[in-house]
Design a protein around this ligand. Structure first.
Ligand code: TXA
Ligand code: MG
Length: 550
């Protein structure tokens, strides 16, 4: 079959809208853009056309289709006993990502509704698509435009991949703004019931409807013989070949969990801020941990991303279920067959950084006295050089045999290679950054300490700050630092100054860290007192944040 490609920029493009609408009127199949995902549309009153939808998708015939209409005025054409709540919801959320299940009228074929006497009604927030439906003059039955079992398509190219040659036309309407399918609410039961979480948050529905129950299939796996109310919810939406494990819990805690549990050939789906900590793996970013709109847009792409890669397992971070999080986590968990691990968030991790001689040690000592485990990244790295075979192997591969017969690192040999050659130095940094986070996370997990201090000069640049609940930089006036380093390291003033100037400025730390403690006190007891006070305030804030959820 020839598939026509339509680029329709606006609902005013009459000729193109007419041509696309003709396909629907004549019983053909047309892929249409919506704000959620692309739909595979046909005249929902034409049984033959509807049958073709099921065939093109390879969709089981008991899985009903929803009808797309251009406005709430069309509801009474196809639905019986439309409750007043339907109009209230339409008023507030249409056009938009909400499908309402209502009693169907006789003229809606059972083939469309999978044999049910109810029908899903939706008014998509896409002006071109609404213009096409209006022009066609028929309600458009449209499931998501993917082959059954694949992730839904969120751009026209994905539709081309799944449907080219099988349908009459594809309307390219750009990338879908929402990225997950519509929320489905059943208005034929009391209280109304959420059948599928989607682009419209459950909280918004409750604001209008009051009590809304949630079908069991939304949050968990159905037992054998149990039936979800939306027939489609029983199908595993998308199962990448490699097994998927979904990790829920506070984002930093789940990132640390992933770092210690994933295998060498694992692919990961992580929030943006953690991506660089997984540099040795195939990584797909889900969006920032606080940006659920971006996560919804990315979730199906993320699930497709591991096709044709050699990953043997997939691990995914998952947002909490507030707002759009319910839909995002539902899609991830379905892909995982509801194989989920919830990670408790019971430690406070504080990242500590600052230039040499600024007085970090005083802060670390105070933390240690309070029972904190201090992880000195430099020291951990040097221990790993002696004992971590994966890191040693990576260094050997990059720089040749820089280890002595007894296994110890020949520092001079490695130094000669990397110092003076900025590319080689970067390569060494990259290797360290690839291996250090996993070891640090392992040590954090092994410790019973409630507080962990992560001490790293390159806390920010390495991406390690993402693992910390808060970051503190210790700074001090240059003169103080010069005196301290000269005394501590027995070096000249000139050398001390050049070392300080080679490091980040106080302003840079202020910009990149949550807190800056300035160590400008004359006596060490004053300095200690100041740090103690500041730490107390920081801890109080952190505890409050943890209690109220961030
Ligand atoms: O965002 C969307 O809703 C997209 C775009 C294209 O509009 N469409 C979509 O359709 O996701 P589909 O067919 O992939 O998913 C529709 C879901 C299925 O799980 C189906 O079982 C359920 O809605 N459904 C449809 N009619 C129903 C009914 N009368 N009662 C219960 N569930 C119904
Ligand atoms: Mg679908």
């Amino acid at each position: 079959m020839d598939t026509q490609w339509f680029e329709i920029q606006s609902a005013e493009d009459r000729a193109q809208i007419d041509a696309a609408a003709d396909i629907l009127r004549c019983g053909g199949l047309l892929a249409i853009p919506t704000e959620t995902v692309y739909g595979l549309g046909a005249d929902g009153l034409n049984e033959d056309a509807v049958l073709h939808i099921f065939e093109a998708k390879g969709r089981p015939q008991d899985n009903p289709l929803i009808l797309h209409v251009p406005s709430a005025e069309w509801l009474t054409r196809y639905c019986e006993d439309v409750p007043e709540t339907a109009y209230r919801l339409a008023e507030k959320f249409w056009p938009g990502p909400l499908t309402m299940i209502l009693k169907k009228k006789e003229l809606v074929p059972l083939r469309t509704t999978g044999g049910l006497n109810t029908v899903g009604m939706r008014c998509p927030d896409h002006a071109v698509t609404r213009a096409i439906i209006e022009r066609a003059g028929v309600p458009v039955a449209a499931p998501s435009a993917n082959i059954s079992g694949r992730p839904s398509c969120t751009n026209a190219e994905d539709v081309r991949e799944d449907m080219w040659g099988k349908i009459d036309g594809i309307v390219d309407g750009g990338a879908c703004q929402v990225g997950v399918e519509s929320t489905i609410i059943d208005l034929t039961v009391t209280p109304p019931q959420l059948l599928r979480p989607g682009g419209l948050p459950l909280e918004d529905l409750r604001d209008v409807l009051g009590e809304v129950s949630v079908d069991k299939a939304v949050t968990g796996k159905m037992a054998d013989g149990e039936k979800p109310r939306a027939p489609g919810m029983k199908y595993r939406h998308y199962a990448p070949k490699a097994p998927v494990t979904v990790v829920t819990g506070e984002a930093r805690a789940s990132a640390r969990y992933l770092l210690t549990h994933i295998g060498a050939d694992a692919g990961v789906i992580v929030f943006d801020e953690f991506a660089e900590l997984f540099s040795g793996h195939i990584v797909h970013k889900l969006g920032g941990s606080g940006d659920k709109a971006a996560q919804a847009q990315n979730v199906f792409d993320a699930l497709r991303a591991f096709d044709n890669t050699g990953v043997t397992e997939i691990w995914a971070q998952c947002p909490d279920s507030g707002g759009l999080g319910l839909a995002i986590s539902n899609r991830l968990k379905k892909a995982a067959g509801f194989h989920c691990i919830n990670v408790p968030d019971d430690t406070i991790v504080i990242g500590i950084t600052g230039g040499t001689g600024a007085g970090k040690t005083t802060l670390l000592e105070i933390l240690k006295k309070n029972g904190a485990l201090i992880l000195d990244c430099d020291a951990v790295y040097h221990e790993m050089l002696c004992s971590d075979e994966t890191l040693r192997g990576a260094i050997r591969e990059a720089f040749g045999d820089v280890f002595e017969k007894d296994g110890a690192l020949n520092r001079q040999k490695l130094g000669n290679i990397v110092f003076g050659d900025s590319e080689k130095l970067q390569q060494l940094d990259a290797i360290v950054h690839e291996h250090l986070p996993r070891e640090l996370s392992r040590r954090m997990a092994d410790s019973d300490a409630d507080i962990i201090g992560l001490d790293a000069i390159k806390l920010i640049e390495s991406g390690l700050a993402a693992l910390c609940d808060t970051t503190i930089a210790v700074t001090a006036p240059e003169e103080t630092r010069v005196r301290r380093i000269m005394k501590r390291d027995g070096i000249t003033e000139e050398y001390a100054r050049s070392r300080i100037h080679a490091q980040k400025s106080d302003g840079w730390f202020e910009q990149h860290c949550d807190h800056v403690i300035s160590n400008h006190y004359a006596t060490s007891s004053e300095a200690k007192e100041n740090i103690r006070k500041r730490l107390n305030i920081i801890f109080m804030q952190l505890k409050e944040e943890k209690q109220h959820g961030r």
